[in-house]
Design a protein around this ligand. Structure first.
Ligand code: RIB
Ligand code: CA
Length: 312
């Protein structure tokens, strides 16, 4: 039986690769994709999500627009990383797939109420506004979530948008606080792990050499996306953050982490949006997350190559 998931996303080139990986993997059944404001405003993230689904030939997967701004702050975007479209690197045609009329938060609530308890996994790979809004509006669904596997946070790797905070958490720390305190089993893929998921020129050229349009898109997105990280970190490749969540669902043995307490700072003058990860278990606070800090890079990229090659 395929694992049922909802992907909550702010595409973003790395979000796009994560969505393609999920759609190429028969172990997963994507019930729907909910867009959230993050890397770029909602009008673009929902459009990009529909372009990606159509690129993969999977217009059977419904796309919903969720929240257009964080719970309690102004929106911070990341065009400096993802470009003004949020999906720079290849020009995709406007989608024929219509946006669902239902709000993304309503879809999350309705799906968790409609599916048997404990059978739907949430995979947020952007700010946590939609997930937190669903939990606030419908507390009854919290106990029905199988698990949340999210990309966000950082500890030893420190922040990428401020010295203390990773982007997804930084954009909506109040939402993150709600999600991390909800009591749902959490798997956190922070920068400590995703900064080890670095692309290589060889892998990008392998993507470009694929016969299908999805391989071309992944190569183009990576060429665009990696410029920022190479300049900033001096790496030879770019971190594919969001695909690590889907890869964890498919090959958990590729990842190493620790069950620890993770709290979200929402009031720090310099540290708001920080994931305060109690890695050495000194706080006495109960563990609430599997905090991943290492991964098998080659195994991850072998999986990505094999699955993207399956797509048109
Ligand atoms: O910090 C990395 C995260 O922020 C990724 O999800 C990327 O897509 C951006 O949203
Ligand atoms: Ca993202």
């Amino acid at each position: 039986m395929a694992r049922k998931i909802i992907i909550d996303t702010d595409p973003g080139q790395d979000d796009a690769v994560a969505i393609l990986l999920a759609l190429a993997s028969p172990e997963l059944r994507v019930l729907g994709i909910t867009a959230v404001a993050g890397n770029v405003p909602l009008a673009l993230t929902q459009l990009n999500a529909r372009k990606i689904v159509e690129l993969a030939g999977r217009t059977d997967v419904p796309v919903f627009a969720g929240c257009d701004s964080p719970l309690a702050r102004g929106l911070v975007t990341a065009e400096h990383v993802h470009g003004k479209t949020g999906l720079d690197g290849i020009d995709l045609p406007d989608p024929t797939l219509a946006l669902q009329a239902r709000h993304g938060v309503d879809f999350i609530i309705d799906t968790l109420r409609g599916e048997p308890a404990g059978t739907v996994t949430l995979v947020p790979i952007g700010p946590l506004t939609n997930i937190a809004s669903a939990f606030r509006r419908a507390p009854d669904i919290v106990g029905r979530v199988e698990r949340i596997v999210l990309m966000g946070g950082a500890y030893f790797e420190v922040g990428n948008i401020t010295p203390a905070a990773e982007f997804n958490i930084h954009v909506d720390p109040e939402a993150a606080k709600i999600v991390f305190a909800a009591g749902v089993p959490l798997v956190v893929l922070p920068l400590d792990a995703t900064h080890k998921a670095l692309t290589s020129r060889g892998w990008v050229e392998t993507m470009r050499a694929l016969p299908g349009r999805c391989g071309q898109a992944v190569a183009g997105w990576t060429d665009s996306f990696e410029r920022f990280d190479k300049d900033k970190y001096g790496n030879q490749g770019a971190p594919l953050h969001d695909p690590c969540t889907i890869a964890w669902l498919l090959r958990p043995a590729l990842f190493v982490g620790r069950e620890i307490n993770v709290e979200i700072e929402t009031r720090g003058e310099f540290t708001t949006g920080m994931t305060v990860a109690d890695w050495w278990r000194v706080s006495g606070r109960p563990a609430n997350a599997l905090f991943i800090n290492d991964l098998g890079r080659d195994g991850l990229f072998d999986l990505l190559s094999e699955r993207i090659a399956r797509l048109p």
